[in-house]
Write a protein that binds this ligand. Structure first.
Ligand SMILES: [Zn+2]
Ligand SMILES: [Zn+2]
Length: 762
């Protein structure tokens, strides 16, 4: 006998080495919200609902029921139960009925792992595997495997799947009646189908419950209550809430299971409802899609993620995730450019900028309204989202330094395209996602520090770039204040009468061709991004960020943040206050009459004194002006004249805005004027360009320049020969000559400039 047992043990280890146990059950991926409620489950690759039951989800009542029903000596045997095997063998031998309970739970697990036909040889194989399971796993783990693999008919496997799909609850919430129901179905999964023959199932259930009373397994009262429960369960859909959110995470982490997230289901459903209702009201304008992302600013957690108004809306491509779609951002990147310019000491909120037509090497941006304003403060230029000042600011801060900031904020498409991008980037000439933009604005709510949006409760690799600084705290505060001003042209008409406008800093954007309307806002609690448009990419005249996207943004803030304390961002100590001249935004000079208060960064912000006027010597009757070289001994006086930039004075002349102009320079002056800074700038034709013309019918080309404000006359030269004298901005034309052409122009102050062009015949 001793030798036999020893032989069996040796044989077991030989087999164990040759046929190692492999447990490769694939489970349905599940995604849970912030309260660990299951919000979404996916079919396995073999199209099964097989949700993994965790140990803590197997409650004592469930264990007790199963063990009593299937394998009373489960905790005492090593995988097989010799007594019941003997009994089954005896029964079979005398052709009696097959006794249930011959297989232990362990052997049932083996059969679930490796289904085989029921032969004597296979029976031995199963016994070997059962030993193996018991050798490597605890009893609790074997029970867990059983609950995970047990079939419920159709493609439903495991008690968690059954519990969710039939009773719409997690297994630990099951009642005794439900537990008994779920332990009897696996015995006959094809005939006991819930929803089809519930009466039969209920009778079977009650039979078992009666046995439980007799044998004192559960208290009588519990059994009475269980019997009173009517079984009316039917097969339900698997939970598929927040589908865009879950699909996005699944695509990022296909192997992580379960995925614990920060999604706030209540907020998700509220915002989803608001979005759906809102977009329904836009259908008559041919606008069908929207996407909304809500971030909790305290935790950086993604709390609501609405990829489209209705995931199931096939007609309007509802499955597309508008939060990850790459679109043109319109003007939504401008605040970052202004913030960077502030940090680099290029401007403050009150700095006067010129909103006048400019040619940036062939790129001539227009404003959304197609008008130019002339002089404008930086804060107004940002609040009104003017294009020229933004492009000029980007040119000054440098395209590369702007792009490198965007890269730090995870703007992936911009990083991929960086070699192709130009100054139009700041007007939306690039590709971004709503997620990118919301991430950037969330950093404005975080004193300029960017951190990755938090989807997961468990840390992932992408959490690394915590706290990349995009802007200083001071710049962020200044930008936030500008974006909070309620008196703004991008506020929808008569908005204040119908809506409570929440205290939010926000920026709108409209892409070229009116394909995208954006509105992104933040306060201390939330950052919310709204995109509205069509997934088809169709542009619609009504798609304007302020008009279309802002109302939904405010609805969301009013719903999510209604009762929150009205805290607001505090000015950092590094930011100080000073008086500046309202004509330039610079520290006032003795002649600066109108002064305003402005915030600035000491040692960084512009500190040059204002020179909005300059002193000029003129004749008593103001008919001519003098320099020190031609100043007469008497008969002159000092006068102050506006000190305008070349662009601004050209703009004033073009638009007929009158201003004090310096009288023409004294004709008696002999000094060679070398101040080239204000020399006329030739704008047409373009310098160093090749022009190909028709030999038979050469075109007329226009001569144009921008001259300083006091200039009254311009003299044109073609190939160093005098051609014509004109007023500044007067249109004149010439016929180009073949070859290299020199084009020169001189103003009445003697300042000159010259360009060359190449002319060729076709
Ligand atoms: Zn001034
Ligand atoms: Zn002079």
């Amino acid at each position: 006998m001793g030798k036999l047992i020893f032989g069996c043990i040796v044989l077991f280890f030989c087999f164990n080495w040759t046929y190692p146990l492999k447990l490769q059950a694939e489970y349905s991926q599940i995604i849970l919200d912030k309260d660990s409620t299951l919000i979404h489950a996916y079919l396995t690759k073999d199209d099964k609902w097989r949700l993994k039951t965790e140990l803590h989800e197997i409650i004592p009542q469930l264990k007790k029921t199963l063990i009593y029903k299937e394998d009373k000596y489960f905790y005492y045997h090593p995988g097989i139960n010799p007594i019941s095997i003997g009994r089954a063998f005896f029964n079979n031998l005398f052709q009696m009925r097959t006794t249930s309970g011959a297989s232990t739970i362990t052997m049932q697990v083996v059969r679930l792992l490796e289904p085989k036909s029921r032969t004597y040889l296979n029976k031995f194989w199963e016994m070997f595997r059962a030993f193996q399971l018991e050798w490597y796993y605890t009893k609790e783990e074997i029970l867990q495997l059983y609950f995970n693999l047990v079939p419920y008919g159709g493609n439903v496997e495991g008690i968690k799947s059954a519990s969710l799909l039939y009773f719409d609850k997690m297994p630990q919430k099951l009642s005794l009646a439900e537990i008994v129901t779920l332990t009897i179905i696996p015995n006959r999964p094809t005939s006991l189908v819930m929803g089809k023959n519930n009466d039969l199932i209920q009778r079977e259930r009650d039979k078992w419950l009666t046995r439980f009373v007799k044998e004192g397994v559960f208290p009588k009262k519990a059994i009475r209550n269980a019997k009173a429960e009517i079984l009316n369960a039917t097969r339900q859909e698997a939970p598929q809430k927040a589908p865009h959110f879950c699909n996005h995470l699944r695509s990022l982490y296909p192997d992580q299971n379960p995925i614990f997230t920060h999604l706030h289901l209540e907020k998700q459903e509220k915002v989803q409802q608001l979005t759906q209702n809102y977009v329904r009201r836009l259908a008559h304008l041919n606008i069908y899609n929207a996407a909304v992302l809500v971030i909790n600013n305290r935790t950086h957690a993604v709390e609501a993620y609405i990829g489209s108004p209705d995931f199931t809306d096939k007609k309007n491509a509802g499955e597309v995730d508008g939060i990850q779609a790459i679109r043109s951002p319109g003007s939504t990147l401008k605040p970052l450019a202004y913030g960077l310019a502030f940090d680099k000491g290029m401007l403050t909120a009150k700095t006067i900028l010129a909103d006048v037509p400019i040619d940036f090497n062939g790129f001539e941006p227009e404003n959304f309204s197609r008008n130019f304003i002339g002089k404008v403060t930086a804060e107004e230029a940002l609040a009104r989202s003017l294009n020229i000042p933004a492009v000029k600011i980007l040119q000054e801060i440098g395209l590369n330094s702007f792009i490198s900031k965007l890269k730090r904020a995870n703007f992936r498409q911009i990083s991929l395209d960086q070699k192709k991008l130009g100054l139009s980037l700041v007007l939306g000439g690039c590709g971004v996602t709503l997620e990118n933009l919301v991430g950037m604005y969330a950093s404005f709510a975080h004193r300029g520090k960017y951190s990755t949006l938090q989807y997961f409760k468990t840390a992932t690799k992408s959490d690394k770039n915590e706290n990349t600084s995009l802007l200083s705290e001071a710049a962020t505060y200044v930008i936030t204040n500008i974006l909070t001003q309620a008196q703004r042209p991008d506020l929808p008409n008569a908005f204040e009468n119908t809506f409570r406008v929440p205290r939010v800093a926000w920026k709108t954007g409209t892409s070229f061709g009116r394909r995208d309307a954006w509105s992104i806002g933040y306060n201390e609690h939330y950052t919310v991004g709204v995109w509205i448009g069509n997934f088809s990419g169709e542009g619609v005249n009504h798609l304007v960020g302020g008009e279309i996207a802002t109302p939904l943004l405010f609805e969301i803030f009013n719903t999510l943040d209604y009762n929150s304390p009205k805290n607001w961002f505090r000015a950092p100590e590094s930011l100080q206050v000073r008086w500046v001249c309202s004509e330039t935004g610079l520290p006032p000079n003795s002649f600066c009459k109108n002064q305003v208060v402005d915030s600035y960064l000491p040692l960084i912000s512009p500190s040059k004194r204002c020179e909005h006027l300059r002193e000029v010597f003129i004749s008593e009757n103001a008919s001519e002006s003098y320099c020190l070289a031609c100043l007469p001994n008497k008969g002159y006086r000092k006068a102050m004249y506006p000190n305008l930039s070349v662009e601004l004075s050209a703009f004033y002349q073009l638009t007929g805005i009158t201003h004090d102009r310096i009288p023409p320079h004294s004709s008696a002056c002999t000094r060679l004027i070398d101040n080239q800074e204000e020399a006329p700038k030739i704008t047409s034709p373009s310098a160093d360009k090749q022009y190909i013309i028709d030999r038979e019918d050469p075109p007329q080309m226009q001569l144009q320049c921008k001259a300083a404000h006091e200039v009254r006359k311009i003299y044109w030269y073609l190939n160093e020969k005098f051609y014509k004298a004109t007023r500044p901005n007067q249109a004149i034309f010439f016929t180009p000559e073949l070859g290299l052409m020199k084009i020169g122009c001189t103003d009445d102050q003697g300042r000159q400039s010259q360009i060359t062009i190449q002319v060729q015949y076709e």
